[in-house]
Design a protein around this ligand. Structure first.
Ligand code: NAP
Length: 315
């Protein structure tokens, strides 16, 4: 299995299991199926409201005795309502309690956006807090403390532009080790990838398959379907693999990590196997030509008029 490597020598599988939108018994079963299928990297977040069930699944997995805590790489994320200094460590402790773990492998600031305490999704401008009031570096310093206390082996960010990373890096003691962002052939983010590669920041691809199961309210009319792109289909046919495997294999070939979500064991297995697919130079050039800077997760849901947030991706 291809791996991602951290500066301290730690490694994780390049392909992990995404769990957004999977809840209750479904996510519990999905995590058990995934680990049985060979997954060792699981991505969750406080806001996914599935940490309890993932924790239960992990306990059952550990009780079976074949897979130990240290064999797994577990990521969770700080929600936007817990950016204030006094809220970061308690939020991490809550995630650890739910997951029934002593430490995370990776803890991420989920979005460069701050809400008032207790706000899941804002309904009015007053639900937001500005980044002047709660600067990202203040939140980050608490992430550094969490790392120093051993509550998480690695710390990183998500949905950060190069501009936000540069600003944070100029003030941080520990440079974020990971930036988890939307990434796929229609959104290749070459400049961000180059910056991350240069600075030893691992880029992790979310929504690598186009996030077709997210709520309709988050979808644009006539949005593209990654599985239907003719070039992807032709490459799949050429190698005798599925379009999903081309989409996932592309990240492994590019040296990034990807966390496709699935609750279907057949999909999970083929997604994991995609890490080993050898796309050739022609395939990579054909996929490179598909970039349209198209976002499925456009972030506009955090740009409510009066909230003070605009252009959160700085582009
Ligand atoms: N940091 C962030 O802000 C952020 C944002 C979005 C996502 N994420 C993370 O990234 C993960 C993945 O992104 P996502 O959930 O948005 O979407 P995604 O992984 O791009 O797509 C998930 C969809 O693809 C389907 N699928 C999976 N494997 C397939 C296969 N081999 N063939 C056909 N269909 C397949 C899934 O259905 P089945 O379940 O039926 O297989 C599901 O409908 C999330 O779950 C989450 O962990 C993070």
């Amino acid at each position: 299995m291809k791996t991602i490597k951290f500066k301290n020598g730690d490694q994780a599988h390049a392909i992990g299991l995404g769990t957004w939108k999977a809840t209750g018994e479904t996510v519990k079963q999905a995590v058990k199926d995934a680990v049985n299928a060979g997954y060792r990297h699981i991505d969750t977040a406080a806001v996914y409201q599935n940490e309890n069930e993932i924790g239960e699944a992990l306990q059952e997995i550990f009780a079976e005795g074949n897979v130990k805590r240290e064999d797994l790489f577990i990521t969770s994320k700080l929600w936007n309502d817990a950016h204030a200094s006094e809220d970061v460590l308690p939020a991490l402790s809550e995630s650890l309690d739910k997951l029934q773990l002593d430490y995370l492998d990776l803890y991420l600031i989920h979005w460069p956006v701050a809400f008032q305490k207790g706000i899941g999704f804002p309904s009015k401008p007053e639900d937001y807090r500005s980044l002047n009031e709660v600067p990202l570096i203040t939140t980050w310093q608490e992430m550094e403390k969490a790392h120093a206390k051993g509550l998480t082996r690695h710390i990183g960010v998500s949905n950060f532009s190069q501009k936000k990373l540069e600003d944070l890096n100029s003030k941080a003691e520990i440079i974020p080790e990971v930036n988890q962002v939307e990434l796929h052939p229609l959104l290749q983010q070459n400049a961000l990838k180059e910056y991350c590669d240069k600075n030893g920041i691992i880029l992790t691809a979310y929504s690598p398959l186009g996030s077709g199961d997210r709520p309709d309210a988050m979808k644009a009319d006539n949005e593209p379907n990654l599985f239907d792109i003719p070039t992807i289909g032709q490459i799949a046919e050429k190698h005798g693999i599925s379009p999903a495997q081309v989409l996932i294999g592309w990240h492994a070939a590019r040296g990034s990590s990807a966390i496709p979500k699935s609750t279907n064991p057949v999909h999970m297995r083929s997604n994991l196997e995609a890490a080993e697919i050898a796309l050739d130079k022609t395939d990579m050039a054909d996929i490179a030509a598909l970039d349209k800077h198209f976002r499925f997760i456009d972030g506009k849901f955090f740009e409510m008029p009066g909230s003070g947030y605009q252009n959160i991706y700085d582009e």
